[in-house]
Design a protein around this ligand. Structure first.
Ligand code: AMP
Length: 390
């Protein structure tokens, strides 16, 4: 069977998914797996269709010290266990810069172009690109495709795309790019199937996972996002601060003597739900905790989602539907209910029973805003793009 491999590489993990292609029902997920703890305590886990466990074992740190080694280890395990004909690899790449509004077939020249955006996404871009280089070196004949988290937002108006700083910075790439684009693109398409009567309307999608953002969809296209130049802006996230007065950063540098790297670590790794609660970055832990700071962190998160939802609705001139997706949005009825409460001002009315039961429509029939839960699938979006480019 022909197959496409999808890779999503982070700082210490490599997520992979293998899709069989050519069947009548479109791409079918054959394997979903991850090597995490790269360099410290690497662990390989993968499941097959219907979540059957295929492998779940530690690897020697000397065997998987870095991402290239993890890519080799994953490829070796795939070869041994999966009898498929690999025809392409699709990669998730966080930053496509100002030029890429579509996925692109990778070669050395494109790779070098994408390396220019490492300073714009220092915690994601270098790791996303590493397996590409490894695969180009090992299998130069194998087509590889980069799918960008920024691409879906490249149609934003100039007004939405600018910061109010001198224009020369915009020209050199300091723009409000927006991220989670693969997720939003998938949801936009999925809405045409699950809610065709509102899919062409004014929709706010809330991608609430360890990274979190909102996207304003008008007729299925992104017109605004809470994320901007980097993946720090907008909503507070698991460990990232979200929107912050730039004056705070000046204060940290000028008055507290912090270096740029220290500020970066503070805002990316020690802030958000983790920083506010002092308990955890994981909403499950916070919901279970008796610590009042955990409840406060969740209140803050919900408040900020409501606040930014108002901004997105203003960009759309109104609101027809609000969609919950990603880890928190798909799995937490408590957080969905709290956010829905903050949307009552615009006519949203939650159906508590539907919400508790995890239905896809969780608003009442008379609600003026449809509340929906739509699971996202960024990997499927990548495999579709990769197929389209082959
Ligand atoms: P993601 O980045 O989309 O994989 O989402 C991961 C986050 O989703 C975790 O850090 C949790 O905060 C959250 N999450 C996952 N499952 C649940 C759940 N059952 N209840 C609340 N939050 C959850």
């Amino acid at each position: 069977m022909d197959a496409i491999l999808v890779l999503n590489a982070g700082s210490s993990s490599l997520k992979f998914q293998l899709f069989g292609i050519g069947g009548p029902d479109g791409p079918q997920a054959l394997v979903k797996g991850k090597i995490d703890g790269i360099g410290t305590h690497p662990h390989l886990r993968a499941t097959g269709p219907a979540k059957t466990l295929l492998v779940d074992r530690d690897c020697a740190p000397s065997e998987v010290p870095d991402l290239p080694a993890a890519t080799h280890a994953m490829a070796g395990w795939m070869r041994e266990t999966q009898q498929v004909n690999l025809v392409a690899v699709g990669h998730r790449v966080v930053h496509g810069g100002p030029d890429y509004s579509q996925p692109v077939r990778l070669d050395e020249q494109v790779l070098q172009y994408l390396e220019r955006f490492i300073p714009l996404a220092p915690l994601h871009q270098p790791h996303n690109l590493e397996p590409i280089r490894t695969m180009i070196e090992r299998r130069p004949e194998l087509p590889q495709v980069a799918c960008f988290d920024t691409a879906f937002h490249r149609g934003h108006s100039a007004v939405a795309d600018h910061y109010a700083i001198p224009e020369r910075f915009h020209a050199e790439g300091v723009r409000r790019y927006g991220f989670h684009g693969l997720s939003y693109e998938y949801i936009s398409g999925r809405l045409r199937e699950v809610a065709p009567d509102v899919a062409g309307g004014r929709i706010v999608v809330a991608h609430l996972g360890s990274g979190a953002s909102l996207c304003a969809l008008s007729d299925g296209r992104s017109i605004e996002s809470t994320l901007g130049f980097t993946a720090l802006d907008g909503l507070p996230m698991g460990t990232r601060c979200g929107q912050i007065d730039p004056g705070v950063i000046l204060y940290l540098i000028d008055q507290k003597g912090m270096t740029a790297k220290e500020v970066q670590d503070l805002l990316y790794k020690e802030s958000g739900l983790k920083g506010l609660s002092g308990v955890s970055n994981d909403v499950r832990d916070l919901l279970e905790s008796d610590d009042p700071r955990a409840a406060f962190a969740l209140d803050h998160f919900v408040y900020r989602v409501g606040l930014h939802a108002g901004a997105m609705a203003a960009a759309l001139d109104g609101l027809d539907a609000f969609v919950f997706t990603a880890g928190i949005g798909e799995n937490s009825p408590e957080i969905r209910a709290a956010i829905a409460k903050r949307l009552e001002w615009c006519g949203a009315e939650l159906d508590p029973a539907a919400n508790a039961a995890g239905k896809s429509v969780i608003s009442t029939e008379r609600s003026r805003v449809r509340l929906l839960v739509v699971p996202t699938d960024e990997e499927l979006m990548i495999v579709r793009h990769t197929l389209a480019l082959l």
